[in-house]
Every structure is written in C-alpha cells, then in structure tokens.
Design a binder for this molecule. Structure first.
Ligand SMILES: Cc1ncc(COP(=O)(O)O)c(C=O)c1O
Length: 294
C-alpha cells in the first residue's frame, strides 16, 4: 500500500501560534532554514492519548535552538499547550508529535542575522518505526562509512535538521545493502549510535553504552539508564570500540520513535533476543503506558 504523503493529509497543524488546515502548513522556497540547515525538531511519542516526557522534549527544543544561535519565540509551556491541543484536534491515541522550528525568508545570505523563527507542531498516529516483524524479531544494522562529527565541527548536542543529512546518507546506504538501519562510529572511531537512536550493548549481564559526547544524549537513553538502575542492572557509560561488539550477548537501541528496539545483527554477527533487553523493554512499556507493574 502506498503511504499517504505527509503534505496530503486531513486535519490541522499548529503553525506560529494558531491552527491552519494540514495542507496549508507551507513555507516559502527561499526560507533560510531550508537552504542552510537552520532548523531544529523534536519527536514526542503519545501513549494512550498521553505524551511521554513532553516538557523534557520542549526544553531540549530550546537548547537545540540556542546551539544554532536562534531563539524559539514560544515558551516551553506555550509549546506544550499547543501540543496538547494538536493531539486533541487530531484525536491521537498512539502516535507521534513533531515540533519543528526554522529560520524564515527575510534574507538569503549565509548570515542568520535578521531572520525570523517559525514554529510548527504536527501529530499523527504511528505505531512502530519498523514494520511488525522487524520490530519484534530485531533489526539488522550495518556499520556505516559515515561518522558522527566532532563537537568542534558541528552542534552535536542539538537535534539539528542539518545533522540528519549524515543519518539519511547512512540509512540509505544500509537499506541499499538489505539492512534495516546503520550503525555510525564517531570521528575518533568509537561506536556512536544508529540514525535515530542510541546504542546499548549487554556484556556479561551489564549495560555498556557509548558516552554521549558526539551525539544526542537521548531522553529514552536517560529513561532506560534510570530503569536499569531501578532493576539493579550495572551500567557503564564509556567509550566503546567497534571490536567489543564481538563480546556482546545482546544489542539494542533506544529512542523516542524506536523505543527499546532489539538488534538481531550488526553486519554479519547475530544476536539473540536476551533477558536484559526484554526486562528493560517491559519496564519501558510500564513507564510510558503507565500499565500496572506485573
Ligand atoms: C540521531 C538520534 N540519536 C538519538 C536519538 C534518541 O533521542 P530520544 O531518546 O531523545 O528520542 C534520536 C531521536 O530523537 C536521534 O534522532
């Protein structure tokens, strides 16, 4: 079935302070943000009609803007209220919210001076990133030739649209080789993350996750680290070398969209569905869906 294009759907999108019909939420082709990558975004999941950690996401939205040298012209509280209204208008039960901000079209030189900042919030129903089978049996990653840049090369703490070009190149390359997603190293050659999610290895029952110094310290990553602590699972945040994948019993990814996603293979090495990943995945479902603890 051909998916419905994102510019041809019904409903409303919150744009610069009010709602507009979904199909009218457009920007000008000479927008600074589109030419030079002056854009940031967030992804927030909605579980049973309730957004998860939306304030943390909108706080990060503001941090991302500051990293790109602009200011979001709405407070965290205003954005959160706009998101709740959007979810209600769209009748979202299990879905995803996409706040986005970009520099406008006042001028088109590389300098960002004098550009206005536009903000939109859209929401849609979205069960899983990977289709049913891949989601439950685990996804296959291919190590990419593309790398996460150094913090003195790019604003790595920002959820900046410009940084996702690396992810799109890496993901397309992985998919062209029959994999589900790419695994990126950082500029030094340490393991970094996938194209939209953070990485965890389980070695001898303990969690090992790369230090978040060249990529987003995900909100899901932080949630899973605190769940691991509650469950008495040892955690090591450190620089991890690619060769250590050979010692891992389990591998998984975390992200708002991916949630706790099993990895069944990295390149030609396979991983079983393991106990630690399953425990953390169940615990994540409990906190996001507020289901009773089993
Ligand atoms: C590149 C990248 N890394 C990591 C993450 C995980 O971040 P979070 O758990 O806050 O969604 C995301 C998703 O937002 C991402 O796009």
């Amino acid at each position: 079935m051909t998916p419905v294009p994102f510019d041809d759907r019904d409903g409303v999108i919150w744009l610069d302070g009010g709602f507009v019909p979904w199909r009218d939420a457009r920007l000008h082709v000479l927008s600074h943000g589109m030419h030079y990558g002056g854009g940031i975004f967030e992804g927030i999941r909605v579980y049973d009609g309730r957004p998860f950690k939306s304030v943390e996401h909108f706080e990060r939205f503001h941090v991302s803007a500051r990293e790109l040298n602009f200011r979001v012209p709405f407070t965290v509280a205003q954005l959160d209220a706009a998101m709740h209204e959007t979810i209600e208008h769209q009748g979202i039960v299990d879905g995803y919210v996409r706040p986005v901000a970009w520099r406008g079209s006042e001028q088109i030189s590389v300098s960002g001076a004098g550009t206005s900042v536009h903000v939109a919030v859209a929401a849609w129903e979205w069960p899983h990133v990977f289709s049913g089978d891949a989601h439950s049996r685990g996804i296959r990653l291919r190590t990419s030739r593309w790398r996460r840049p150094s913090p003195d090369t790019a604003p790595v703490r920002a959820k900046a649209a410009s940084l996702y070009n690396i992810c799109t190149l890496a993901r397309d390359e992985a998919e062209a080789h029959g994999y589900d997603d790419a695994l990126l190293l950082d500029h030094r050659g340490f393991l970094a993350e996938a194209t939209g999610a953070n990485l965890f290895l389980v070695i001898d029952g303990a969690l090992h996750t790369p230090t978040a110094d060249t990529f987003l310290d995900g909100i899901t990553r932080q949630t899973v680290l605190s769940l691991a602590q509650d469950l008495g699972i040892a955690v090591h945040e450190r620089h991890v070398l690619p060769g250590e994948l050979a010692r891992a019993d389990e591998v998984f990814l975390t992200g708002t969209a991916y949630e706790v996603q099993l990895v069944s293979a990295v390149d030609d090495r396979s991983y079983a569905v393991g106990g630690v990943t399953s425990k953390l995945s169940e615990a994540y479902t409990v906190v996001t869906r507020r289901v009773p603890v089993p």
